[in-house]
Design a protein around this ligand. Structure first.
Ligand SMILES: O=P(O)(O)OC[C@@H](O)[C@@H](O)c1c[nH]c2ccccc12
Length: 266
């Protein structure tokens, strides 16, 4: 069975369009806002939405995403309330939804129980930044039963491992633009086109670029080098700007619209 993610990429590829993938942390600053943001970001042009499950020890998260996690945890978000949120979001939209979740959360919840809930509530894919390659196959086998994509993260340094990492992957490959944690970059030091080409030698599924993409200009510059672009920290900053005067949705959506326009420039 094809996941919503695969179907969405097929639809976009038929139109020769790239995917705009937006990240927010679930429950930042509260669950109602997350629900509203998902629905409004879709209208503004997001094709796939990544929802972060807030976690107290997030090794790959930069300062902006860490602040989002702290707000979400302070606001009382946890895996169960986030599953309720997803159920509620699914009444209104078929947009592909991906959880960004640390393995410890999944493990503590129970692998089978977690996957079963994801399946029932309407989650289409998982990105698990700290899942070691060696432990992946067990989870991957379980996920196939539930038609949930395990989206691998590939970094430019893991060249020899790229082949192994993307083997049997489904959904898309998350190509990390540069080493380090999430958040803004002043420049990208690797040859991203070459990196994506290497990934594509070993898999037929779409490749999306993320980490440090923070402006419409960067989206426009990178869009021809990949199948999708992932933006996280820059969106969280729009949430933070909107916190003071209650303009979160407007701030985020006008930014997402600009990103969407940038990816569609011919
Ligand atoms: O914030 P950035 O630089 O725009 O990158 C997206 C990223 O935040 C999001 O996908 C993400 C949030 N937490 C992560 C942990 C690992 C990998 C990726 C992520």
């Amino acid at each position: 069975m094809k996941s919503r993610i695969t179907k969405r990429f097929e639809l976009l590829q038929a139109k020769q369009e790239k995917a705009l993938i937006t990240y927010i942390t679930a429950g930042d600053p509260d669950l109602n806002t997350t629900q509203q943001l998902v629905l409004e970001m879709e209208k503004a042009g997001a094709d796939i939405i990544e929802l972060g499950i807030p976690y107290s020890d997030p090794l790959a998260d930069g300062p902006v995403i860490q602040r989002a996690s702290q707000r979400a945890l302070a606001g009382g978000a946890n895996i169960d309330t986030i599953f309720q949120l997803v159920e509620s979001i699914r009444r209104d939209t078929e947009i592909p939804l991906v959880f960004l979740v640390y393995f410890n959360c999944v493990f503590k919840y129970g692998l089978e129980r977690f996957l079963n809930k994801c399946h029932r509530k309407g989650i289409d894919g998982l990105v698990i930044p700290d899942l070691p390659l060696e432990e992946r196959s067990e989870l991957q086998n379980m996920m196939q039963q539930y038609a949930i994509d395990l989206i691998p993260l590939v970094a430019p340094t893991s060249e020899e491992r790229i082949k192994k990492i993307v083997a049997n992957a489904s959904g898309f490959v998350y190509c990390v633009s540069s080493m380090g944690v999430t958040g803004k970059r002043n420049s990208f030091d690797v040859d991203l086109a070459g990196f994506v080409d290497k990934v594509k030698k070993h898999t037929n599924i779409p490749a999306a670029l993320g980490f440090g993409i923070s402006t419409p200009e960067t989206v426009e510059k990178l869009k021809n080098q990949c199948d999708g672009l992932i933006v996280g920290s820059a969106i969280i900053e729009k949430i933070e700007e909107g916190l003071k005067d209650n303009t979160i949705t407007e701030n985020v959506c006008s930014f997402v619209k600009k990103l969407d326009e940038a990816k569609n420039i011919a």
